[in-house]
Design a protein around this ligand. Structure first.
Ligand code: NI
Length: 270
């Protein structure tokens, strides 16, 4: 497996403080050719930006997670706009969205900032990375309101039903699939992963969280993505090679990056 694209990682997380440089070096030696470090608030967006500046194979997404929207004020909004527009390694606005699992952040605040960040992405011409937990209907409604289909992006760590997937597909979104699909009880996700067209699926870790079986509960990293590839191939009845090839191409289309393995029309050269 020599060309894996991790579309959603948090290598800026403090859990990588003890050995970040070693982990990042081992990724490059083990076929993880590209990864996007996703900001979850203003401080982590700044860290994601520094990592992407320091490592050729890393990109960043800048944005404020629904439970961190308290980070947003006039000053940080201006910062986000300037940096997302000017940083050549910034490939998306994210992660943004709605999270009704945690009860600390009022839904109205989450909705307002989700809409504001979708508008920012539209203004800058960047795709969005959506975090949505226990908020399927509101997420869908706000995406419609913001005409997210024209903005484009990915539903990260997709956790809803295949019926819901059909609705998001109408907006031409991608679906991030990671370690959860290897969990024994992930029946609903396996059904969705069978249903979603292969050209809409991208690989992600959300590391340090959500390590796949047999590492469930441990610190996750992109090195465990082959377990996700294996499960996806089983679920869809296709080869691991097909999963790798498709998810690699999809990730480049999602983040609008030139694919070194493809010609300009997006067709695979090898
Ligand atoms: Ni995340």
């Amino acid at each position: 497996m020599d060309y894996i694209f991790d579309t959603h990682a948090h290598y800026d997380d403090e859990k990588f403080d003890p050995d970040r440089a070693e982990v990042l070096a081992s990724l490059q030696e083990n076929g993880i050719r590209k990864a996007v470090d996703v900001g979850a608030g203003i401080p982590s967006s700044k860290r994601a930006q520094s990592l992407a500046a320091a490592y050729d194979f890393l990109y960043c997404a800048l944005g404020v997670h629904p439970t961190e929207v308290g980070d947003l004020n006039d000053e940080t909004r201006a910062w986000l706009r300037t940096q997302a527009a000017g940083d050549p390694k910034c490939v998306a606005i994210g992660e943004i969205g709605l999270d009704y699992y945690w009860e600390d952040t009022p839904h109205e605040d989450q909705k307002r900032e989700f809409l504001w960040q979708m508008d920012l992405a539209r203004e800058l011409g960047k795709p969005i990375i959506i975090h949505s937990r226990e908020a399927a209907r509101d997420t869908y409604d706000l995406m419609k309101e913001a005409r997210a289909g024209e903005i484009g992006g990915v539903l990260h760590c997709y956790s809803y039903t295949r019926e819901m997937a059909r609705e998001f597909l109408e907006m031409d979104f991608y679906f991030g699939i990671g370690g959860v699909i290897t969990f024994k009880n992930s029946v609903k996700l396996k059904e969705a992963a069978q249903y979603i067209p292969l050209d809409r699926i991208v690989l992600e870790t959300d590391c340090p969280y959500l390590a796949p079986v047999p590492f469930r509960g441990k610190r996750n990293s992109s090195l465990y993505l082959p377990y996700v590839v294996e499960t996806l191939a089983q679920v869809r009845g296709i080869s691991e090679e097909e999963v790798l090839r498709a998810t690699w191409e999809n990730a480049h289309r999602l983040y609008r990056l030139p694919d070194p393995l493809c010609n300009e029309d997006g067709f695979m050269l090898k």
